[in-house]
Ligand binder design. Structure first.
Ligand code: PHE
Length: 457
């Protein structure tokens, strides 16, 4: 297949989602993952509780939601991988190199995200397997749970291997099936655990910390963290939603499905916080060290892995099955996100480079493994540098550019036609009155001001 003819990609038979609910679940599967249960609670704990939650919820609705509609729309309009979709977007050919380079950066960034994600996904896999070995092989159980370079690498390889196996199965068979089965179970287990944690000592204080905001805590750096967290959690700015948009049926209502995905993701993050912040206060009560004397978290990367086992131990005989259920559902949620990460470069390599799906996914995973090995070999400071570069900067900035491209380089008529396919009367709606100028001006200016605000304190 020629690699230099992006227009060709429209004629390549594409995978697709068989039902609309299948798409919503798969896109929500991409969105719901470690961002909700590993990094959101840690950010809440680090940034003063409810004040962060409030800013996060507002930003998810006023910035992430419109940006998600833009990203899905670019993908569905292009009917191709993000590089081709963005390259072919501008009416004026002069802009094509700019949109193409932005897309390539986004693809590289999602590969970097995939590498740190695999390390944390591996930890999760370790915590999932550990309860099975606890009584018969305690040494193996403790190896699985103890932070060490070899264990980190072996488990990350296992996580990448699983992701590879699913992505090789193709979109419909792999992604849709997994997401549809396991997401509802995760929500159910979260609710059961929230009820369980509320009965324990210290939980009430945690609940207050989570729900009653101290407005004095809101400043530039809190807002920037909330912005990065929100874009990471909704999988924005790196092409994941663009690729999923390209698999979405023509008659699906883009603003509608985007809203469902946003609400599901934000709802699950909120639930996860409702479990983990009170659990953190219960753990504090039990003497687990969480905060340093200066008020910062002792270890934000592993917070959840300290707090939750302490909670599960407290549940008596039920502790082991609950730990097993929780960590396996979490691992699955992480997998439904990582498959969307791998899907982005795989779609680019198959459609533009002519590689087979299998070959493309092997090539990408080998590259990601090298990055994983480098990050693990010098965990401090590389891990947080990679997290910060990708989620704190690349995602919001790329997303800002996607909004500008959709807003300024794609004519109003083309946008309207694309959205009308799934929402015939959209031109008379409030959505259409607001959204086009919102992504042209408001989103870019607001995202840019968050960065400015952070720098002036
Ligand atoms: N949104 C996912 C999560 O919350 C992470 C992700 C980021 C997935 C970027 C795809 C792209 O875990």
């Amino acid at each position: 297949m020629p690699s230099d003819l992006p227009e060709q990609s429209t004629s390549i038979p594409r995978f697709g989602f068989s039902t609309r609910i299948g798409f919503v679940l798969a896109a929500a599967g991409s969105a719901v993952g470690l961002g909700n249960i590993w990094s959101f609670p840690a950010q809440v704990a680090e940034n003063g509780g409810a004040a962060f939650v409030l800013v996060y919820l507002v930003l998810s609705l006023v910035l992430a939601y419109p940006a998600l509609v833009a990203e899905l729309m670019i993908g569905r309009y292009g009917q191709s991988n993000p590089v081709s979709a963005l390259e072919n977007l501008p009416e004026d050919r002069l802009w094509r190199p700019v949109t193409k380079v932005t897309a390539i950066i986004a693809v590289l960034m999602i590969c970097l995200i995939f590498s740190f994600y695999s390390i944390v996904g591996g930890w999760l896999a370790g915590y999932t397997l550990a309860p099975l070995f606890e009584s018969a092989m305690p040494d193996t159980a403790s190896w699985l749970k103890t932070f060490a370079p070899t264990r980190n690498f072996v488990l990350a390889v296992a996580f990448i291997g699983l992701t590879l196996a699913i992505v090789n199965g193709g979109v419909q068979k792999g992604i849709e099936r997994w997401s549809a089965r396991l997401m509802p179970l995760l929500v159910l287990l979260l609710i059961v655990l929230i009820v369980a944690v509320m009965t324990q000592e210290g939980a009430e204080e945690g609940l207050q910390h989570y729900l009653i905001p101290d407005f004095n805590r809101i400043n530039g750096s809190l807002i920037l963290s909330a912005l990065g967290q929100s874009f990471f959690s909704i999988s924005l700015g790196v092409g994941a939603m663009m690729v999923y948009g390209s698999y979405l049926k023509r008659d699906a209502n883009l603003p509608g499905v985007a809203l469902q995905v946003c609400l599901l993701d934000t709802g699950i993050a909120f639930l996860a916080g409702l479990l983990i912040i009170p659990a953190l206060f219960v753990a504090l009560n039990l003497g687990v060290t969480i905060y340093l004397p200066d008020g910062h978290l002792a270890n934000s990367d592993t917070l959840v892995f300290e707090v939750l086992p302490a909670l599960f131990n407290n549940l008596g005989v039920m502790g082991i099955p609950v730990a097993l259920a929780f960590f396996s559902l979490m691992s699955t949620a992480a997998l439904t996100s990582s498959i969307s990460m791998l899907e982005v470069p795989v779609a680019c390599l198959t459609e533009r480079g002519g590689l087979s799906r299998r070959k493309a996914s092997f090539v990408i995973c080998s590259g990601v493994l090298v990055v994983v090995a480098v990050v693990i070999s010098s965990f401090d400071p590389l891990f947080s540098m990679v997290v910060n570069l990708t989620t704190g900067y690349a995602q919001p900035i790329d997303s800002l550019l996607f909004c500008l491209f959709a807003g300024w380089l794609m004519g109003r008529d083309r946008k309207l036609q694309e959205i009308q396919k799934g929402w015939p009367g959209v031109e008379h709606s409030l959505f259409w009155k607001v959204w086009p100028w919102y992504i042209r001006l408001v989103c870019p200016v607001m995202i840019a001001s968050v960065f400015v605000l952070e720098h002036i304190g």
